[in-house]
Write a protein that binds this ligand. Structure first.
Ligand SMILES: *Cc1c(COP(=O)(O)O)cnc(C)c1O
Length: 411
């Protein structure tokens, strides 16, 4: 049996090698923040960095900042800072635009790289934007979407249909249950079938090692406002394997991806390397806030982050078991991301009551309470405190108060 006492949690905190990094984030007093899988907490370095970007770089240096403060290279420079976090050697990651835009761009490129193949293979439970975009790309490219659960993808790729698959596009983690998918296995099966593999790592970037190069991934798309704490709407990133750079033909051939953007030529000539994946003017404020936010990752490594994340979710699962609730997240470490999903018919009012008590998570339909654990700033005592609050809400029935029946626009 795991020890779920607060005294034990405090002892774990005392010997946690990542505990000092908590001070690098601004967390309000009295809040247990378990929603870093939707919006990471504010890194302490970001306000000062933004102040400099806005007041000096924009306010004083003005247009000269594209050269003098190197705004021009921000997409590849910030991409290079993200690269080690996803196991990518230099020159394969670009930062910019939203996850949705990058997914669209990469999916079209993948389908174009496999002419004659007509299937985009994806999960029926994929994150909504991923599924919507796959459908649109299929319409645009004359392909069709085949929805196969991640657990069956390798078998379908290995069967007769595999020869018609252009790209297998999967989420590394199921955003509802927190289940970690078999990234290596599905990628291998896609390659054996002659298809490409595109991974959406929104729920693992900064929380789980990805090893993009080691697993021979083709395309990786991820957002940066979740575990990377880049801030609301911070730009996404795209990894394109080096072996594809010369043949990569994205949908969005914007002028920043041109060989010579300031030659202002009438025709598109793609840039070499990952710069070809640039589109248009990057959101400099958000991108430089992100650059400052991920500085904290230089002080630790993905292995240490993963080890603590698993220990935090182990402890939370043990606490939830004691409350007699149903855990939807797999118990095997190899199948678990960095969140714990708890099923309950009254998920929404329960979460609303928890948030009022300062324990912040979120809900996903139909019945999932989601608790995300960012190892950089969540402590073991946070875990037991959150579980105690959950137990109190359920025991007292306080979530049945009518004020918790009201739903906000964003859940
Ligand atoms: C958060 C998330 C997105 C978000 O896409 P945006 O374009 O940033 O809104 C997409 N896919 C997955 C799997 C996500 O978790």
């Amino acid at each position: 049996m795991s020890d779920t006492s607060r005294a034990h949690a405090l002892a774990l905190d005392a010997r946690d090698p990542l505990a000092p990094l908590r001070k690098r984030f601004r967390l309000p007093e009295g809040v247990v923040y378990l929603d870093g899988n939707s919006l990471g907490a504010l890194p302490d370095d970001v306000p000062g960095a933004l102040d400099d970007v806005v007041l000096r770089q924009w306010g004083v240096d003005l247009i000269r900042s594209w050269n003098d403060n190197d705004w021009w290279n921000a997409p590849t420079r910030v991409g290079a800072a993200i690269a080690p976090l996803i196991g990518a050697a230099e020159g394969q990651v670009v930062c910019g635009d939203s996850t949705s835009v990058q997914l669209f761009n990469a999916l079209v490129a993948a389908v174009r790289l496999r002419p004659g193949r007509s299937v985009i293979l994806t999960d029926p439970d994929t994150f909504p934007t991923d599924g919507y975009l796959a459908d649109s790309v299929a319409r645009l490219c004359g392909a069709r979407v085949r929805r196969v659960p991640a657990g069956e993808a390798a078998a379908v790729l290995g069967g007769a249909e595999g020869a018609d698959v252009a790209v297998a596009a999967y989420n590394h983690v199921d955003y509802r249950t927190g289940e970690l998918r078999d990234l290596a296995g599905i990628t291998r099966a896609a390659h054996d079938a002659g298809a490409l593999a595109l991974w959406d790592v929104c729920h693992t970037a900064g929380a789980v090692p990805i090893d993009a190069d080691a697993h021979d991934l083709d395309f990786v798309v991820g957002c940066t406002y979740k575990y990377l704490s880049g801030g609301p709407g911070s730009p996404a990133f795209l990894y394109v394997a080096r072996r594809l750079h010369d043949v990569f033909d994205p949908a969005l051939t914007g002028w920043h991806g041109h060989q010579e953007p300031f030659a202002m030529e009438p025709g598109y000539r793609p840039a070499d390397g990952i710069a070809r994946a640039r589109i248009g003017s990057p959101p400099i404020l958000g991108m430089l806030a992100l650059e400052s936010a991920i500085g904290v990752f230089r002080e630790t490594g993905m292995a240490a982050i993963r080890a603590k994340s698993l220990a935090l979710t182990d402890l939370f699962i043990a606490c939830v078991d004691e409350l007699g609730l149903e855990v939807a997240t797999p118990r095997e470490h190899a199948r678990r991301g960095s969140q714990v999903a708890v099923r309950h018919d009254e998920a929404h009012p329960i979460m609303a009551a928890l948030i009022e008590r300062g324990v912040i998570g979120d809900v996903r339909p139909p019945d999932i309470l989601r608790f995300g654990f960012n190892a950089l700033y969540v402590s073991y005592s946070d875990v037991v405190d959150a579980a105690a609050a959950l137990g109190d809400v359920l025991a007292s029935g306080s979530h049945r108060d009518p004020r918790f029946a009201v739903r906000a626009t964003v859940t």
